[in-house]
Structures are given as structure tokens and as C-alpha cells.
Ligand binder design. Structure first.
Ligand code: MV4
Length: 449
């Protein structure tokens, strides 16, 4: 195991990694920006290094500053957390050239899976179900119209270099397709410096289901079952749960097997997530791979008993997984609610400021992952997530009952948070019956809150 690592992230996930390090006897060095200088979690690390001003480009996204901190602190590895540099293959390459272990997959896996078209090609080779579409880049109008007519409207245009919903457009006929193609290409060029786009049949009102995978450097790859992340708004998830409430055992098995085949084909190690769309007929289609630890990893930890951050540290240091697929059992039910400092009544506008009041829930079946505390000043520079409330129970009704009780206990203000909206959703009949899809939240709470 490493003796010292650098945490190139902030907030809740930085604290989560500090805690894993403590339990493994690994020293942690955390970097921070001037906007985070007073954060209490910095004191829990063995050392903290200021790397620059508040804007992320000058701190958490600044590769030379992070590498300098790693050199000064003399660490063996860097954990990138999520967001920021976590899926940046160039950063992983710089780490490698500096002989610092990047706690994540190989540079090669990050590069191939970072391209949606390349990852779809790998998926095709190992019989992972794909949405009908262009199966390659689309450049001209004529070609686009031919493909759309073959697969049938509506279609979706996606940027190969995109991710998390950025650079996507839906077209319902030839005319809108022609306009959307040009717009998508120039948007992709501007956002990702790569204008490559492709076309797929558009699935209406699907669920979003994803499979957690973990691999080691000895060729072992396991899945840790699935999560349902259908409750989201503008590609920002708000609630996740495991298991997926609508999957039968056979579909779950073939979904998880498909994810493992894909990960093996990409020589994957570390933690990763294979995303799928699930349609109303419970057919699943590959979307993309996230080559990082995700925000919602705790629900998987609760239903499988596997500590994913510790597992990442172990496999990065070269240890074999020491687990077999048969050892992984999905037991009970876990739900995560994201606590964001934003105002659902004002179109989810960020609500930074001081948490004059902050009292988080506890008790049986409750896990609270947060770096916030009473008096904490939420900086305006970063995303608005201030914590994750996760509940666990023997079944879904129990996990929901615990979540309702925990949300009732929660005191946070005067900054606005997602807590009141989360309480409404936990009481919503459609949510309770799992009759939701990726558009449900926006349709149901259209400025109603
Ligand atoms: C789709 C789709 C419908 N049909 N692809 C959005 C994020 C990116 N990973 C892929 N996304 C979608 N791809 C086809 N062929 C609908 C979405 C989509 C979505 C997917 C997952 C979770 C939330 C979503 C919200 C809107 C659209």
C-alpha cells in the first residue's frame, strides 16, 4: 500500500478519501484553493497545501500546480476524486511521466472510453447492446438524412467527445435534422475541440441505469450491481438508488454481465461505471463509460458492503481484488439524496453563503457524507453539492421511510437547499411506485416548488 497520497479535489469527496486513507494507514495530503482555506476537513488530512485562487482553472484544474504540490509533499499517488481532472487522460499521462500513480484506470482506457464512438466500437465487439444508429462519425446532411430515415425518427445527434449530456440534439424530421447537425458539429468543435458527431435512434422517456465495475491490474474485473439514476434535472442527478426497482433478476444479470464484458475488453482497472438506457420494454442499451469514482458510489457500498475508495487505493497500489463475483451480493436497499445549496423555487439557482444553521440527521440506516458544518461558508466558485444523505434498509419502503425521517430531521439555512424538494419527492406517489423516467423530475416539478 502507498504510504502517502495527494487528494486533488475538495469538499465532500476529499473528506471521503481522507477517511479511507486513515483506515488504511495511508497519509493524506489535500490540496485546497483560497476559496476553501477555512474548510474544516482540511485539518483532518495529514497536510494541506494551498494551490491557488478560487477559480478552478487556477487551482483544482491546474495541472502544474497540482503536480508541484505532489512533488513537494513527496506522495506516491494522486486521487483525483470526481469532476475536475478525474477523467482527464492528459493529467493521468503527466502523472505517469512524473512517476506518480494516478488512482484511476490506465491512460489507454481513459482515452478509448473517453470517446463515445470508440467506446461504442468496443461495446459492439463484445456484444453489448447498442442503440441503432450511424455506428461512426456523420459529416454530411445527405448521410445524416439517409441514416435517420433508415432507423426512423426521432433521432439524437451526439458529440463523440461529449459526455453527461453535453452537445446533444434531438431531431424529429429531415428539416430539423439538417439544422441540428450543423449546430451540433459547431457546438462540439467549440466545447471539445472535436466536431465529431454521430446519430442514434432517440429513446423517449427512458430510465438511466448504470453498473458499477471494479478491476485490478491482474485482469480481474467484477461488477458491483446496478444503480437507477432516473431522477435528474438537466443531466444533474438528484436521487439515486440501488437496486433498480424495475429490473427482474435475468435482465439484471445480463446488464451486469454486459458491463463486465465491456470493461474486460477495455483492459479496465480501478472503479468505473458503465451507463445504460433502459426502455419501457426493459431492454437496455449502452450509453457511455465513466472512468472515475462517482458521486453516487455510497449506495453501491451499502448494498454490497464493498468500500469503493479503499478498493481503488488497493488496486492502484497493485494489490489483486481478492474478491470473486460470487462474493458480491446485493443486499437490502439504498437511496441517496443530493443536498445542493440551490433554490428549486428559482430554477435551481445556486445559493452560496454561510450555513448559520446546519444539523444533519443520523440514527439507524443513515449515512451522511458531507464536509459542511454549522458556520461553513459555501464558496460561490464550485458546484452546489454540499452533501449526500444516504439511507439503507431491508427493502425499498424501509429505505424511503428512513429517508423521509432523515429529511425531516435535517436543519439547514438560511441558504436555500434541495431538502424541501427532496421531501416532496419522497411523498410523491409516482416516485413511491417507481413510475419515473429521466424526464419525470422536470415534468413534475416545473417551477411548482
Ligand atoms: C440518449 C437518450 C435517448 N436516446 N440516447 C444523456 C446523457 C448521455 N449520457 C446520454 N443521454 C441520453 N442519450 C438515445 N439514443 C437520452 C439521453 C438522456 C438521458 C440519459 C441518461 C440520463 C438522463 C438523460 C436525460 C436526458 C436525455
Amino acid at each position: 500500500m502507498f504510504s502517502r497520497i495527494l487528494i486533488a479535489n475538495r469538499g465532500e469527496i476529499a473528506l471521503r478519501i481522507i477517511r479511507a486513507c486513515k483506515e488504511l494507514g495511508v497519509q493524506s495530503v489535500v490540496v485546497y484553493s483560497e476559496a476553501d482555506r477555512n474548510a474544516a476537513y482540511l485539518k483532518l488530512a495529514d497536510a494541506a497545501i494551498c494551490i491557488g485562487p478560487g477559480p478552478a482553472a487556477e487551482s483544482y484544474l491546474n495541472i502544474p500546480r497540482i503536480i508541484s504540490a505532489a512533488e513537494v509533499a513527496d506522495v506516491q499517488a494522486i486521487h483525483p476524486g470526481f469532476g475536475f481532472l478525474s477523467e482527464n487522460a492528459h493529467f493521468a499521462e503527466v502523472c505517469r511521466s512524473c512517476r506518480i500513480e494516478f488512482i484511476g484506470p490506465s491512460v489507454e482506457s481513459m482515452k478509448s472510453l473517453g470517446s463515445k464512438l470508440a467506446s461504442k466500437a468496443i461495446a459492439r465487439q463484445c456484444n453489448v447492446p447498442l442503440t441503432p444508429g450511424s455506428n461512426g462519425p456523420v459529416t454530411g446532411e445527405k448521410e445524416a438524412v439517409e441514416i435517420a430515415r433508415r432507423i426512423g425518427y426521432p433521432v439524437i445527434i451526439k458529440a463523440s467527445a461529449g459526455g453527461g449530456g453535453r452537445g446533444m440534439r434531438v431531431a424529429h424530421n429531415d428539416i430539423s435534422l439538417k439544422g441540428s447537425l450543423k449546430a451540433a458539429q459547431s457546438e462540439a468543435e467549440a466545447a471539445f475541440k472535436d466536431g465529431t458527431v454521430f446519430i442514434e435512434k432517440y429513446h423517449e422517456e427512458p430510465r438511466h441505469v448504470e453498473v458499477q465495475i471494479i478491476g485490478d491490474k491482474h485482469g480481474n474485473v467484477l461488477h458491483l450491481c446496478e444503480r437507477d439514476c432516473s431522477i435528474q434535472r438537466r443531466h444533474q442527478k438528484l436521487i439515486e438508488e440501488s437496486p433498480c426497482p424495475v429490473l427482474d433478476a435475468a435482465t439484471r444479470q445480463s446488464l451486469c454481465d454486459a458491463a463486465v464484458r465491456l470493461a474486460r475488453a477495455a483492459n479496465y482497472y480501478s472503479a468505473g461505471t458503465v451507463e445504460f438506457i433502459l426502455n419501457k420494454e426493459n431492454q437496455f442499451y449502452f450509453l457511455e463509460v465513466n472512468t472515475r469514482i462517482q458521486v453516487e458510489h455510497p449506495i453501491t457500498e451499502l448494498v454490497t458492503g464493498v468500500d469503493l475508495i479503499k478498493a481503488q487505493l488497493r488496486v492502484a497500489s497493485g494489490d489483486p481484488l481478492g474478491l470473486k463475483q460470487e462474493d458480491i451480493v446485493q443486499r437490502g436497499w439504498a437511496i441517496e439524496c443530493r443536498i445542493n445549496a440551490e433554490d428549486p423555487a428559482r430554477n435551481f439557482a445556486p445559493s452560496p453563503g454561510v450555513l448559520e444553521e446546519f444539523s444533519a440527521p443520523g440514527g439507524p440506516g443513515v449515512r451522511m457524507d458531507t464536509h459542511a458544518c454549522q458556520g461553513y461558508r459555501i464558496p460561490p466558485n464550485y458546484d452546489s453539492m454540499i452533501g449526500k444523505l444516504i439511507t439503507y434498509g431491508p427493502d425499498r419502503p424501509a429505505a424511503i421511510a428512513t429517508m423521509r425521517r432523515a429529511l425531516d430531521e435535517f436543519r439547514a439555512g438560511p441558504v436555500k437547499t434541495t431538502i424541501p424538494l427532496l421531501r416532496q419527492i419522497m411523498a410523491n406517489e409516482q416516485f413511491v411506485e417507481s413510475r419515473v423516467d429521466t424526464g419525470w423530475l422536470e415534468r413534475t416539478y416545473k417551477a411548482a416548488t
